[in-house]
Design a binder for this molecule. Sequence first.
Ligand code: SAM
Length: 248
Amino acid sequence: MDKSMDEDCISPEAAAPADNGVPRLSVVATPIGNLSDLSPRARATLEAADCIACEDTRTTGNLLRKFGIERPLIAYHEHNEQASAAGIAAKIESGARVALVCDAGTPTLSDPGFRVVRECRRRGLPVEPIPGPCALITALSASGLPTNAFAYHGFLPPKTAARRRFLDENRASKITLAVYESCHRIRAFAEEIAEVLGNERVVCFARELTKLHETVLTGTIADVLPKLVGRNLKGEFVVLIAPADFEL
Ligand code: SAM
């Protein structure tokens, strides 16, 4: 690594300023299971915020209690996000530091928050990322599948025909495909992958990441499919599909 780059990375002067009271929106990643993954910077940002905008006040309230943080909460979610985005931006304009969180992981990634960030950007308000857990990146990092290029598709449509069409359209993909999938459809989706893409397609089923029953199954779909039984069908999943020509 280039020495100056190395110094940039570790020198305190190179770090984004700590909370200096400037009104802003802080986009804060929270744990996806393991509470130890809340970074010290995320914690400090939540403690310093004038209010915390969250998807669900109960879920975020529980998290904050575990860290002894007491800040006013305001709820936003997909149904009122446009209206609450204007309200949150107005708070920042009048001098507030607002932290934006979702129920788990990084806001805006298959979670609400995008409209709040866009509204702040439109008004020229400062937006700072406080990075941390994200199921997508966590799964990719431990999968053994190529990460140099990947396409994230969020949640696929629930209908079988639409999911099969997605697989068919991406049959020859040269990059890794990533989706979030409900545990209720995980076995059916695995069978669809085998049927549409063939038994030799390399996949990764990453389940309950950072939690007690964390399981990362990487192999051909023919290897992985029989392991998706019983307890291995429960919990939260990220599914990765390797490029068509990839071999382990
Ligand atoms: N914003 C979150 C993030 O940064 O990853 C994602 C929220 S999305 C509503 C929830 C989905 O993410 C779950 O249905 C599952 O597909 C995936 N997910 C979240 N936590 C996970 C975990 N611990 N292990 C595996 N997948 C997880």
